[in-house]
Design a protein. Sequence first.
Length: 124
Amino acid sequence: MNEKQKKTYLRKLMREKERIFQTLGLLEKAEKEVSGKEVGGVPTHIADLGTDVFEKALEMNLSDSERKILLEIDRAIEKINKGTYGVCEVCGKSIPRSRLEALPYARNCLACQVELEKKQSETY
Ligand SMILES: [Zn+2]
């Protein structure tokens, strides 16, 4: 994955994060704390949101699914920074672009995800 692609996915992840914060009405608060600076053309204010804001979000009635997605997004952003983004955590193969387009914070390729979900449903 080249730098341009990484940036594209980073933007997607930020936008998704922003959407969740917006839904929660957290964005205004967050922007007051971090004054919307930009680095390298990528608006970083959302990425810069510290644990403070995140903890506030957790204190609020953040639903489990939203909390989970936020964690997944943070994880994906971290992986972009580390250069391990887009690689399946289970089998180590590249996650297809089409899957990342649909789910930019996907951790696994589709085949592994199906396996994981099968295992999860078996434990219930
Ligand atoms: Zn896989």
